[in-house]
Design a protein around this ligand. Sequence first.
Ligand code: ATP
Length: 621
Amino acid sequence: MTSAETGSPPTSPHTFQVDLRGLVDLLSHHLYSSPRVYVRELLQNAVDAVTARRAVDGDAPQRIQLTASGGRVAMEDSGIGLTEAEVHTLLATIGRSSKRGGAEGLESARQEFLGQFGIGLLACFVVARRIRVVTRSARSPEAPPVEWLASDDGSYTVRVLPDEARTEPGTTVYLEPRRGAEEWTAPARVEELARDFGALLPYDIVFSDGSTRRQITELPAVWDRGFPSPAARRVALAGHCTRTFGFTPLDSIDLDLPVAGVRGVAYVLPEPTSPAHRAGHRVHLKGMLLTDRADNLLPDWAFFVRAVLDTDTLRPTASRENLYDDETLEAVREALGGRVREWLAGLAVGDPQRLSAFLQVHHLGVKSLARHDPELLELMLPWLPFETSDGTANLAEFTAAHPQIHFTRTVEEFRQIAPIAAAHGLGVINAGYTYDAELLALLPGIRPGVSVTELDAGAVTDRLDTVEVSTELALAPFLATARARLDALDCDVALRAFQPVAVPALFLDDRQARHERDRASAQEGAQASGDALWSSILGSLRGSAPRARLVLNHNNALIRRISALPDAELTGMAIESLYGQALLMSQRPLRPADTTLLNRSFLGLLEWATHGITENGEDGK
Ligand SMILES: Nc1ncnc2c1ncn2[C@@H]1O[C@H](COP(=O)(O)OP(=O)(O)OP(=O)(O)O)[C@@H](O)[C@H]1O
């Protein structure tokens, strides 16, 4: 029921009562990642104040000095200052800012100033018990200086000071550190933080520890400085990267997007890094360091660079520690990715040596990028290494030699098949590594006439020379013994003549055959453990999938000797050994039945080899 319905008078509007301690706690624990940001807020207000004063008086001095000494921190600026009335409205009201709204509106204010939310000064309470501001307005120079003294319990006083308390316009903020926050207000730490946040700010900023004064700002930024030669620039950038990121870069890429107001540089990591590793880029907003952990600035594929840049268009989040992932950032991200890509293309054309040095370290990144960019794949084709049956080769060479490309999906399959395929003139690529299968799928699109097919056991067997019918007929009893021996292992036996001669037998299977073997072995396990239901389910799944096969090499002398053995038992044992050896070579996992067979055949052969010898070591025959 509303008050209108009951007729009772409307209550007068109330204002939120804010407990400052709660707010400070919120800021320090949830909004800001660390108390260190208080230095940034002080720098930001000083810079904005100088900007505001210079907007009304282009010749106004631009002095900013940060002092940390005797346990206190002070920030002094020659900026616009505040009158008593402004102190009351601006400093005493949380969320009130002079930097937005008004005649110019939020957007134009954003372009000029760093601050906008009206909560920056509060960040100082994260390290300070009390904040004292002494200020004198440049807009009303006749107005006396004013002091604002605030405690972290939310109380504050404002008083007008005598004229001589501050003769020049500007503002000084004094912090009285709270207990426990000393580590953040020690001179060395304050200077380090000021350099980290403020090195690119547009005015000269000085740090003082009470006895010496040092310049904090290092303008122009290294990427904007003039150098006598490209080599000198490269050396300077490498030094900057080492100081900033702690590594010596393989190369550097200029990142300038004039339309988006972005200037900076991307450094190429000298070591391989995982694509899953989140990159930490340094982003400055109008000179001020916003974050050193931006992970949304460049496309994911560019994980091989660390960027540092300055922008005046991207929007910060309220904590000012990250970028809003909005449409502008998306466009900038794409354009920056474009810069990295252009750099790659430029190397391919103009500096192949540098490109190959880069690819030795980062080919994975480039492969990842090329998956979505056939043009780049085409460009990189002569450079990207693949493991092939001709050794490590690039796809340009390899497609020239083998217009029909076969690939294996796993590294093991490749290991097993590549030497045989190579000996028979078959071009096989190992697509078991990250991204390779996807890139191969794109290949026919950019190289017409090239076909790419998956290699399977049947295709390989078909490629191997058959033996003459008469030979196969003569060996029929041997092959029958072999098949009978391996039938229980779901393995067929075939006889072929192939290279290299030294390989006696080849174990071939494909994904379907492997799947069938896994199913059969699970069924055996279920039977053994008495799980009839599971065993019958697995049994009913038995497919007509191709079985694995052992291909015996008739070119191999050992196979010829074994096929001529008169003793069927010894023949069986030899077949089992060949199966075991070929299986081991294929690096397939061994099932329990395979292990049993290996043991049995190995011991059996030893037995056979030593059967005529007595326990004394004499020939017992
Ligand atoms: N050094 C200074 N000189 C002049 N005015 C200042 C100074 N510091 C703060 N102010 C005034 O106090 C207001 C509030 O400051 P505060 O730092 O809380 O917020 P802000 O800088 O406006 O925004 P943000 O929360 O984004 O930092 C500012 O808008 C500005 O008008």
